[in-house]
Design a protein around this ligand. Structure first.
Ligand code: PLP
Length: 415
């Protein structure tokens, strides 16, 4: 058995079976339902991953190399994701109803979304396995980030997209030179076609839910939150949820930083889904296994009726003492507008959903008004300009005349 770095094992979250290999695949007994969890020898990691050692490392996701499923010095995509800024947003806090609100802007990653964290690790894993092609099925950001990272190391990339992917995301894929296959069918059907193709052709499969190494990439956001906020940790970390990999990854990162002694406790996790695609909200409320449901929301990145990583997501939220909420599309549009106007931050609808969820959780008493919350703004609003138009309003049309300008300002004063 040889795992890279401080990885000590793999465990199926469904049947509990342990594996000596399979860092990039699912449980051989359970299939895709049996997502594996990567276990680490944290005592060993702790010997070199100290606050002092971190001070001299580059400010990106690779600074936590002990905690990633990569051999030391492994080849990685040159555009490192991570170390995205966290902003204190007092006027947005007022709107959401909390004492303090921090926003971590993941739109500043190499291809402008949180998914870059997973894809960078995926492409590094593909290189270490000498894969000839990387592939994934995605509504957009997972694909874009994979295509960008693959292009940066000259790996061919095949992307399966469902029909409803927004045009700007498709354009980004095509610019990166990926083979884009638009599948006439649902996200689920698209996902399964990709699964089979990877199996049949030996392509490296970036599908986050079944590939445990990708959750390790997503985990780096949790590691960063712990390091960046170590002086004053938030009470809640708020994350929008589609497949569940993002919140599961962030939860894992926070738990590891607690185990390593960087933070005294793990903040509560608030998972946010859209009302039209809320199977995890329902499974959390009933305490039963997830039942796939409909998926309809303008927030395309969380428009998932059959989440693949629901076990990890539910477990992390439960163990943090957290909660799940669902928000209607109108609340997502409002949150997108308020985030822009009150904080100068532009998130895509799926990103703004986190802020809508926080506001709703405060209104319904789940999150206290004295709380400090950190919302993860998972992707840039420029990813989906058409979606944002609902939030943005219209420009004012004017002739090039002072009188017309002054008349307009009299009617609509600034500020
Ligand atoms: C993928 C994505 C999410 C949700 O992540 P999951 O792992 O699917 O739960 C949220 N926001 C954005 C912008 C995303 O691209």
């Amino acid at each position: 058995m040889s795992f890279p770095g401080c990885v000590s094992g793999l465990r199926c979250v469904r049947c509990g079976r342990r594996f000596a290999r399979g860092l990039d695949s699912a449980c051989t007994a359970c299939g895709p339902e049996g997502v594996l969890e990567i276990e680490l020898d944290l005592a060993r990691a702790r010997r070199t991953l100290t606050p002092r050692a971190l001070r001299s490392r580059p400010l990106d996701a690779w600074r936590y190399e002990e905690l990633l499923p990569l051999a030391p010095g492994a080849r990685r995509p040159p555009q490192a994701p991570g170390w995205t800024p966290i902003f204190d947003t007092p006027r947005l806090a007022e709107w959401a109803g909390v004492r303090r609100l921090l926003v971590k802007d993941e739109g500043r990653n190499p291809t402008a979304s949180f998914k870059d964290r997973a894809s960078a690790v995926g492409v590094a894993r593909a290189l270490s396995r000498r894969a000839k092609v990387v592939a994934c099925a995605s509504t957009g950001n997972a694909a874009t980030s994979l295509a960008g990272a693959a292009a940066s190391v000259s790996l061919p990339c095949v992307i399966f997209v469902p029909e409803f992917a927004p045009e700007p995301k498709l354009v980004q894929l095509l610019v990166f030179g990926a083979r884009v296959l638009r599948v006439r069918g649902s996200y689920d059907a698209t996902w399964e076609l990709c699964q089979r193709a990877c199996g049949r052709h030996g392509w490296y499969n970036r599908n986050a839910a079944v590939n445990p190494s990708l959750v390790e990439g997503k985990k780096t956001a949790g590691l960063e939150i712990a390091e960046q906020c170590a002086e004053a940790m938030p009470d809640w970390v708020v994350v929008s949820v589609g497949d569940g990999c993002t919140i599961a990854g962030i939860g894992k990162g926070l738990a590891e930083m607690k185990a390593l002694g960087f933070i005294p406790s793990v903040p509560r996790l608030l998972g946010v889904q859209a009302s039209g695609a809320r199977p995890l909200v329902d499974a959390f409320a009933t305490g039963r296994d997830l039942v796939p449901g409909p998926a309809e929301t303008l927030a395309d990145s969380i428009c998932v009726g059959h989440p693949r990583n629901w076990r990890k997501a539910l477990a992390r939220v439960r163990e943090s003492g957290g909660a799940f909420v669902a928000v209607p599309d109108e609340a997502i549009v409002e949150a997108q507008r308020e985030t822009g106007r009150r904080a100068g931050l532009f998130g895509e609808p799926a990103a703004a959903a986190a802020l809508a969820g926080l506001r709703q959780a405060v209104a319904s008493g789940i999150v206290g008004r004295r709380a400090c919350a950190l919302a993860v703004l998972t992707g840039s609003g420029l990813k989906d300009v058409r979606g944002a138009q609902r939030a943005a309003g219209r420009p004012v049309d004017l002739p090039p005349e002072d009188a017309a300008l002054d008349a307009h300002l009299r009617e609509h004063p600034l500020g």
